[in-house]
Ligand binder design. Sequence first.
Ligand code: FRU
Length: 498
Amino acid sequence: MPNKSWEVGFHLRSPRNWLNDPNGLCQFRGRYYFFYQYDHDWPTVDQKAWGLFSSPDLLHWTYEGVPLQPSIPEDRHGVFSGSAFVERGAGKDGEDLLRLYYTGNVVDPVAGHSPKDFDYVYAGREQNTLTCLAELDPATGMLKLGPKQVLMRNSDYPDHLSCHVRDPKVWEQDGCRHMLLGGRHIDTRGLCLVYDSENGIDWTLRRAINSEYSFGFVWECPNIVRLDGREYLAISPQGLPRLQDRWFNRWTPGYFELPEGQRVIDTDVIDERTFVQWDFGHDFYAPQTFVDDAGRTILVGWMGTFDDYYSSVPDGLDWWHCMTVPRVVTRRADGRLLQNPVPELEALRGEASTLPATGAFELAGRFADIVLTGIEGEGALTLDESFQVFYEDGRLGIHYLDESAAAGRKDRSIPLESLSDLRIMVDGSAVEIFANGGAETFASRWFCPEKAGLAIKNDFATAGVAYPMANLMAEMYADAAGKAPTLELPGWNETVPH
Ligand code: FRU
C-alpha cells in the first residue's frame, strides 16, 4: 500500500524508477553535479544510464534528466558507474571542461549462441572504458555532453582479469592523471587496476593492486581518499563472509588506510586486515568521494543494496532507493575517517525543540534532525514505537520494534566502548545515524507507519534537541510524472543477466 510517510524530503532520489550508485560527483564551474545510475524500467529491463542532479549549494537541487544513455555498440547494455574529472582551463576560452569516465556494459549472446552458452564472468560480457566531455550550455545553463570515445576494451586489460572490469575513478596527482578500475581476477578474487595518462585519453597500465589473501570475489567502485598527507584506497567488495560484528551486508564497502608515505598508485599488495567498513546500516553501497572547491572531501553513498534478504522496494513507491546526504569526510588522528552531514543541511532546520526527559515528543512532519550530546551510559531513542537506536551492553545498534516496518531487516549492532553523541537524521523512510563525531554511521531504511507527525522518545540521560527539516523533494518533484523518462534504448535480451 502506498504510504506518504515513506517519501523522503531531503535525500536525493530519482523522480521515478530505479536509482543506484552515485556517479561523476564533482563541483564544476561553481555548481555541484551528482550523476546516478538510473534504470528506467526496473525490474523488467535493467539497462543503466546516468541521471543527473545539480545544485549551487548542496541544498537546492535541479533534476537535469538522463544525459548519458546507452547509444553505441560499446555501451549498449548499460552506461555503468564512473567518475568526473574537471579539466582546468581546457575550454576554447580558457574555461573549465568536465570529462566523464564510465563503463560501457555489453552482454550479448553471439549470433548463433544461446545465452546459456555463457557465464558472463569469463565469456559473453564486455566492459569497456569510455569517456565524453561535458560543457555548460550557455543557452540553458545545463550540462551538454559531447561524443563518446572508447578508451579501453577487455582485450586491453591484463590477461589475468575476468570480463568484470569497471567503474573508472580518475584523479590528478603530481601532474599526471591516474585511473582506478575495479575488477575480478580469473581466480575469482577482487582487485584494482591502476592506469596513468598524460592527456586523459591514452592510458598505460601501471600496476594491479591485490590483497594478500582473497577478499571478496570482485571489487567495484574503487575510490581514492587523500587527507592530512595520508592515502586511502576505498572499494565496494562483493562476497565478504558475514561475521558477527562486521560485513553484515552481502556487499560491504570500506577503505584501507595505507602506511605513512605510501601512495595508492605505488601499492601492489594491500593488507586486507586493515579494511574499515564505511557504514554499518542495512542500506549503504558504492560510495564515491570528491573534493569540492573549498577543499572538502565529500562522500555520497547509494542508500540501497542488491541481493540482500531484505527489501528496499515495498509496494506503493514508484521510486526505488535514494542517496545518503552528502557527508564531509575528515581524518581522525588514529586514521579512522569521520563522516558528518555537510553543514549546509542545517539551513533546512526549523525551530529547535528540546526533547522531554520522560515521554515522547511529537514533531510536526516526518523529517527531523535529532541531536544528542554529552551522552553518558546506556539509553535508547525511539521513533513512533517502531524504530529504535540503542546503546546497551557496550553495543550501538538499530532495533526494529515493528517487523512490518523493517521489510525483512534484522536488528544489528556493533561493539562500542563508549558513546558520547548521536545525530539521527530521519527523512521519511531513510534514517542516517552518526555517532561519536561521525566515527560510526548507520544508513538504513525504515518503512514506518503512515502518520502526520513523528513521535520521538529519548531515554538517554542527556538532553536532546529535535529540528523539523524542510521537504525539498516536494518542490523539486511537484510534477514528477513528467520528469520520469522512459528511455528509447537499443535492444535488450531479457534473458541475459546484468
Ligand atoms: C555497483 C555496480 C557497479 C556497476 C553498477 C551498475 O553497485 O554493480 O559496479 O557499474 O553498479 O549499475
